[in-house]
Ligand binder design. Structure first.
Ligand code: FAD
Ligand code: N01
Length: 544
């Protein structure tokens, strides 16, 4: 790179690089690879003691992806995709972690990563156009560019329950699960939270524990995964067609290659035929095909309700006790407006004699006692608590870092009423700082690996452009950012997504501003806009 950063010669042992990357998950690893391809000096800082991000941290029983592994994997290296074979339709956490370790070794990425180190602060020096990055261990770093690959679901949250410190048993959050696992044999376990994580955990814990009490505040919709070992034929066919399928994935809203693009409204189809379609998709398993059965599932209340009532009926048929079935049946949000969960025997598990459901909406958890969980109605004595209580999503990891941009502006202050970005990629006032799958991009509303690759490639093309032009900084203009935020809101408001209290709107964190954060026009529409912005000379960005 022509404009290599010059460290200040103040005598400290500061490290000096072109690009600083925060995080070594799917995004950080690919960012290291691409930036190194550009010939840049790269340093990646990772809080964990290994690579993998989400798949390093989330070691709870039952953890697996719900995007098919053939899609939930990198496309950037044909050799990699040919040599790796997935064992199942949806891989389990250890297999995805093994894959990411393989990627790190195969492309020799570890040499660039400083593990067990947390980025605590970042300050932009306007005069020198350099970021100074401080950490909780080791020297600080100076970098021209920062790439925030710090994750959307990487800041776990244990609710602020009174008394947790007094609890005499053991407790774990799903995203900080012990590496050696937890032996629940014969134990009484409280499982708090019934989102995607709790729904995956319950059948596994119930199969081992003496007794499980599940605390559900909001009932979620869930559909069967239909997981199975990967048929050899499917693997072979996919490998033969990978280039074409990866291209197809970027043309899909979902970022997945084999989810058909729906052309019909649910309301154009007679009731009986619609039910047959839903039955077929239910039997096949997976959430994305289900939500893409028709083109108006998230736009038309009646269309959405046709699927919601189908799934409610399924819940009633799978849960023996009608009262339990009723508590498990979601009635307060359109299906898909909260993350549609994917399970293996979740509903069936409530018919086991060692499982009890507590309606934590009707009788909220008041506190944790020495012996267990106290609700407004009863005390539940347990030996262990599993928290499946989610994350400070999308903004949590970024706001945990003290980020100071131009003119002493703090990112946390700028985002106090909700995040604002241009394209989900950059923020006005924070030059040369890129976010991978940031708020305002499709990110969590698509296959994340497809979204991550597209962002990292956009960033790497941008850095090459800056280098060719001898440009020191890039920063979005305020008006471009404001227009983008408005557009993201307008698109969301034309759908049923904002109708739910969910982590998409920050509703799970007390005091967090309610703003719908992902961009839901779909990946192809978003990619087209990103390409147009570049074709028009980086429309909306200032170069200095
Ligand atoms: P992460 O994998 O979250 O990596 C971020 C890394 O940054 C972490 O290792 C973290 O330690 C590090 N970090 C953060 N802050 C700092 C700091 N200040 N200093 C140093 N290091 C820091 N998405 C899908 O598309 N399909 C799925 O099936 C799917 N399943 C999921 C299952 C679970 C249980 C969870 C929690 C998420 C799932 N997701 C899924 C979303 C998943 O997060 C993404 O698919 C993807 O793994 C994100 O990769 P990433 O590199 O952007 O972020
Ligand atoms: O977290 P969540 P998650 N008292 O926020 C409850 C991805 N993921 O870890 O809904 C009682 O969805 C909370 O209740 P409520 C995926 O993107 C993917 O499950 O706020 N309960 C909720 O039930 C997913 O969406 C996969 O009323 C409390 C639960 O805790 C995202 O990660 C697997 C409470 C939190 O659910 C997050 O999922 C796993 C309280 N005080 C995760 N506070 C797959 O791909 C919170 N809750 C398969």
């Amino acid at each position: 790179m022509s404009q290599a950063v010059q460290c200040e010669s103040d005598g400290d042992a500061r490290e000096c690089v072109d690009v600083l990357i925060v995080g070594a998950g799917f995004a950080g690893l690919y960012a290291i690879y691409r930036m190194r391809e550009l010939g840049l000096r790269v340093r990646c800082i990772e809080a964990a003691d290994g690579v993998g991000g989400t798949w390093h941290w989330n070691r709870y029983p039952g953890a697996r992806c719900d995007v098919e592994s053939l899609d939930y994997s990198y496309s950037f290296s044909n050799d990699l995709q040919q040599e790796w074979t997935w064992s199942h339709r949806y891989a389990e956490q250890p297999e995805i972690l093994a894959y990411l370790n393989h990627v790190a070794d195969r492309f020799d990425l570890r040499q660039h990563i400083r593990f067990e180190t947390r980025v605590t602060g970042m300050t932009f020096d306007e005069a020198r156009a350099v970021w100074t990055v401080s950490t909780d261990a080791g020297p600080s770093i100076e970098a021209r560019f920062c790439i925030m690959a710090s994750g959307n679901l990487s800041a776990p949250r244990v609710p602020d329950f009174r008394g947790l410190e007094r609890f005499r048993g053991e407790w774990h959050h799903s995203a900080r699960w012990p590496r050696e696992g937890v032996d629940f044999t014969g134990k009484r376990v409280a499982l708090i939270g019934t989102g995607a994580t709790g729904i995956q955990m319950l059948p596994k814990i119930a199969a081992q524990a003496g007794f499980v009490t599940v605390f559900q505040r909001t009932a979620n919709f869930s559909v069967p995964a239909g997981n199975h070992p990967m048929p050899k034929e499917e693997d072979r066919e996919h490998k033969a067609r990978y280039p074409e399928l990866r291209k197809a994935a970027r043309k899909q809203s979902s970022g997945m290659s084999r989810v058909p693009i729906p052309t019909m409204s649910a309301l154009d189809v007679p009731h009986e035929e619609r039910l047959r379609i839903y039955e077929r998709l239910w039997a096949k398993g997976g959430s994305n095909r289900m939500m893409n059965a028709f083109n108006d599932m998230m736009r038309n209340e009646e269309a959405n309700e046709s699927l919601a009532s189908f799934v409610r009926e399924k819940i009633r048929s799978m849960v023996k006790d009608p009262e339990i079935a009723e508590i498990l049946t979601p009635r307060d949000h359109p299906i898909g407006s909260r993350r549609l969960c994917v399970d293996t025997n979740y509903y069936e598990t409530f018919s086991r004699p060692n499982v009890k459901l507590v309606d934590a909406r009707r009788t909220p958890i008041q506190e944790i006692t020495e012996k267990g969980v106290r609700t407004t109605e009863a005390d539940y004595e347990v030996d262990a608590i599993a928290f499946a209580t989610g994350f400070d999503a999308m903004t949590g990891a970024l706001n945990e870092i003290s980020i100071t941009g131009r003119g002493g502006m703090h990112l946390r202050d700028k985002w106090s009423a909700g995040p604002s970005t241009y394209l989900g990629l950059m923020v006005h006032g924070f030059p040369n700082m890129f976010i991978v799958t940031g708020p305002g991009s499709p990110s969590v509303k698509s296959n994340m690996v497809t979204a991550i690759e597209q962002h990292v490639e956009w960033i790497s093309d941008c850095l090459a452009h800056l280098d060719r032009g001898g440009i020191a900084t890039i920063e979005p203009r305020l008006d471009a950012e404001e227009k983008w935020v408005q557009h993201v809101n307008d698109v969301a408001n034309s759908t049923l997504f904002p109708r739910a209290n969910s982590w998409y709107v920050g509703a799970n964190i007390p005091g967090k501003p309610h703003v719908f954060m992902p961009y839901v026009a779909g990946l192809p529409a978003y990619i087209k806009i990103c390409e147009e912005v570049v074709a028009e000379g980086y429309r909306g960005f200032d170069f200095r």
